[in-house]
Design a protein around this ligand. Structure first.
Ligand SMILES: NC(=O)C1=CN([C@@H]2O[C@H](COP(=O)(O)OP(=O)(O)OC[C@H]3O[C@@H](n4cnc5c(N)ncnc54)[C@H](OP(=O)(O)O)[C@@H]3O)[C@@H](O)[C@H]2O)C=CC1
Ligand SMILES: O=CC(=O)O
Length: 330
């Protein structure tokens, strides 16, 4: 069979490109500058496969790619997929679950520790030479160990966060999902709660849901008001799951104590975003899975997903909303 054509927007490690070249004709963006939407439409005009991470896969793009059969995203989140448009154009979407769970969970724990113990703020103070004897009280943080952690979204990553919190920090972990996660309850001794109860009881609230029409602005003014004034809020999911104006207000008025953020309404976030100026907010530039090892594993999995899906092989991670389409394309 003739090799199929694939375009990658994403820069890929050399061994991943070698793997792809054995199976497909690979074209890549030369990365000399940002790819405009028009350039992308030209590049995809005759391809069968596309590798990307956050590029919106919508009606407009699908119309300009009449041969496209598979979009493989180098991410577990796929809120950039317009599922209805993909169904209409019979284009499969794959993603990269599991290989990043530990790395993202590590980062969420790092955000919990660095907000509670004020690590970036006190690192800056130490380096500035402002450390003076007798001022220790001004540097106090709050404990993480033995506190109550509420995880909104006890899925693949949520479970690994719960494991670290429970067995590493002796935390009492509860969670909120639409469905009970009985396997996690049994294995990790975590407790299902209604959202409002979880918000009002937790010392740390971690948001780890996918961005969907149901979770957009899931956490807003009402939810921050329900939280303890001593609560620390961590968002490791997507920025749009939180009403950012309400978060800013909750931090400014002391409705909650602090926040640790990896994601924002707009990315990169505006340099004037008030969140970037607050000492009680730890901000990171969406790096949940960003280690060399994990990004390599994600790129390789995305390449394998793409090749398998193009070959009609079901050994790939098709996003759940498109699984039915997958069986009709075989
Ligand atoms: N910051 C970063 O760099 C990263 C961010 N992410 C984000 O994390 C998300 C989660 O990843 P992962 O753990 O693999 O996903 P999973 O699908 O395994 O878990 C998602 C969890 O969220 C729950 N959930 C979904 N919808 C709702 C809802 N409306 N209300 C309450 N709970 C809900 C699900 O349970 P149920 O269906 O029962 O409701 C499930 O337990 C990704 O989609 C991505 O957006 C992921 C990796 C890195
Ligand atoms: O945000 C990262 C992802 O993999 O999703």
């Amino acid at each position: 069979m003739n090799k199929q054509k694939v375009f990658t927007v994403q820069a890929l490690p050399s061994d991943v490109k070698e793997y792809l070249k054995k199976h497909v004709i690979l074209n890549e963006w030369d990365q000399q500058g940002p790819l405009t939407r028009e350039q992308l439409f030209n590049e995809v005009a005759d391809v069968h496969g596309l590798i990307t991470s956050g590029t919106p896969i919508n009606e407009e793009l699908l119309q300009s790619a009449p041969n496209l059969r598979v979009v493989s995203t180098v991410s577990v989140g796929y809120n950039h997929f317009d599922i209805e448009a993909m169904k209409k154009h019979r284009v499969l979407g794959t993603h990269t679950p599991f290989v990043l769970d530990d790395t993202v969970a590590d980062l969420v724990i790092a955000l919990m520790l660095s907000t509670a113990r004020r690590i970036p703020e006190l690192d800056a103070l130490t380096k500035s030479g402002e450390w003076k004897k007798g001022t220790a009280g001004a540097m106090f943080g709050v404990d993480v160990h033995h506190k109550k952690l509420g995880i909104i979204g006890m899925g693949r990553i949520g479970e690994v966060i719960a494991k670290r919190a429970k067995f590493g920090f002796d935390m009492e972990v509860s969670y909120y999902n639409r469905n009970r996660n009985l396997e996690a309850e049994e294995r990790l001794d975590v407790h299902a709660k209604e959202l409002d109860q979880l918000l009002s009881e937790s010392d740390f609230v971690v948001l780890m849901v996918p961005l969907t029409s149901e979770t957009r602005n899931l956490i807003g003014e009402r939810e921050f008001q329900l939280m303890k004034k001593s609560a620390i809020f961590i968002n490791g999911s997507r920025g749009q799951t939180v009403d950012e104006e309400s978060l800013i207000q909750a931090l400014q008025t002391g409705e909650i104590l602090a926040a640790g953020l990896d994601v924002y309404q707009e990315e990169p976030t505006n340099p004037n975003n008030p969140l970037l100026k607050m000492p009680n907010v730890v901000t990171l530039p969406h790096i949940g899975s960003a280690t060399s090892e994990t990004r390599h594993a994600m790129a390789m999995l995305a390449a394998r997903n793409l090749v398998a899906a193009l070959n009609g092989d079901d050994e790939c991670f098709v996003v759940k909303e498109l699984e039915d389409l997958s069986s009709t394309l075989e």
